[in-house]
Design a protein around this ligand. Structure first.
Ligand SMILES: C[C@H](CCC(=O)NCC(=O)O)[C@H]1CC[C@H]2[C@@H]3[C@H](O)C[C@@H]4C[C@H](O)CC[C@]4(C)[C@H]3CC[C@]12C
Length: 325
């Protein structure tokens, strides 16, 4: 499962936990402004906004998992198996293959408002990148520098764009149902609760944190949705970049999956392969991985963004322990 958030402090920070059991060899990549995109059913695009994100690179093509562009728009794809449905190409519509959605929107849009406009006549088509990379069933969260988020879901009933007031996305069920489930937990609170159960009895409040007693802690998508929404909504604002990035990683690490907890098939476990945090205002991508808790960073503005070729950095790194004796 995956979890994605947008955390707002002085700047805006967008990213996700990528939870899965298969390593696709993702890299941190920068797509510069003059890298040419040849879309399957739309005209080729020779220049566009630059972006940075995490991607599988195949045949020199960026199969992006999540990314942000130089205008401060971010997008992440999360598994949506079951409700997710892509359509055959439809005449008269802008047919965007699922693997093209991230590059197309980041190439052309500055904000979630622009995304809504550009998707008004669009359909997500079921065209695969190649036989080795069949279309992945995904839905997407997008956030921008205003701190506003939306969710895009393609189901049998069509393409849906929802406002996302909690700035969190996980997996199934469909987004409106995830939001509805929050109502089961609206009394969860960081404060110690008042005894309304038996007000005339002097109950021994035996622990701190009892206001979070009913907070779900499962690996499933609904539990992570509720927990991430709670942690994000109560996260403090940092006073500088380091404090903000630190706060951000604490939010996503609160719903990370350790190995051994989420068995997807016999003796095979999903786990949090990486966590990234992209500053929408500054174009910096920070990341940790399962095997490396150190925060690494790539600043897109340190590269030539007018180039034509993809720029790649290794994502998966070894643990880096600071021995002090
Ligand atoms: C598996 C993860 C989603 C993780 C998740 O939500 N897991 C929870 C679950 O399985 O329920 C998705 C997110 C982005 C996906 C990739 C991106 O969409 C890019 C690319 C698209 C191709 O069509 C298929 C391969 C490829 C490389 C996708 C493989 C599957 C990825 C890596």
């Amino acid at each position: 499962m995956c979890t994605s958030i947008c955390y707002t402090s002085t700047d805006h920070y967008f990213g996700r936990n990528l939870d899965y059991e298969i390593d696709y060899g993702q890299k941190v990549i920068i797509v510069p402004r003059n890298y040419v995109f040849n879309y399957r059913d739309m005209p080729a695009q020779k220049s566009h906004y630059a972006f940075i994100g995490v991607s599988v690179v195949n045949d020199n093509y960026p199969l992006l998992c999540d990314a942000i562009n130089e205008k401060g728009l971010g997008i992440a794809g999360l598994n949506f198996q079951g409700p997710g449905y892509y359509f055959p190409q439809i005449k008269g519509k802008k047919n965007i293959a699922s693997f093209e959605l991230i590059p197309y929107l980041l190439s052309n849009c500055e904000s979630t408002a622009e995304v809504k406009e550009i998707l008004a006549d669009a359909s997500i088509s079921n065209v695969s990148f190649s036989s080795n990379y069949p279309a992945a069933d995904l839905h997407w969260i997008l956030s921008d520098k205003t701190g506003k988020s939306i969710v895009v879901e393609s189901t049998k009933s069509g393409l849906h764009v929802y406002d996302n007031p909690v700035n969190v996305l996980t997996n199934n069920p469909e987004f409106p149902s995830q939001l509805t489930k929050l109502s089961d937990y609206v009394d969860v609170t960081p404060s110690n609760p008042k005894n309304t159960l038996v007000p005339n009895v002097d109950v021994n409040i035996y622990s701190r944190g009892l206001g979070t007693h009913h907070l779900p802690g499962g690996m499933d998508s609904s539990s992570r949705f509720v927990k991430a929404a709670f942690v994000l909504s109560h996260a403090p604002k940092g006073k500088d970049e380091v404090e903000n990035v630190t706060n951000y990683f604490h939010i996503l690490h609160s719903v990370e999956q350790a190995k051994g907890l989420d068995e997807v098939e016999n003796n095979r476990y999903e786990y949090t392969m990486y966590t990234d945090c992209m500053n929408l205002d500054k174009g910096i991508l920070y990341f940790t991985t399962y095997d490396n808790n150190r925060i690494n960073a790539v600043d897109m503005y340190k590269e030539n963004l007018d180039a034509e070729d993809l720029i790649c950095y290794d994502l998966f790194k070894k643990q880096d322990i600071n021995y002090i004796s």
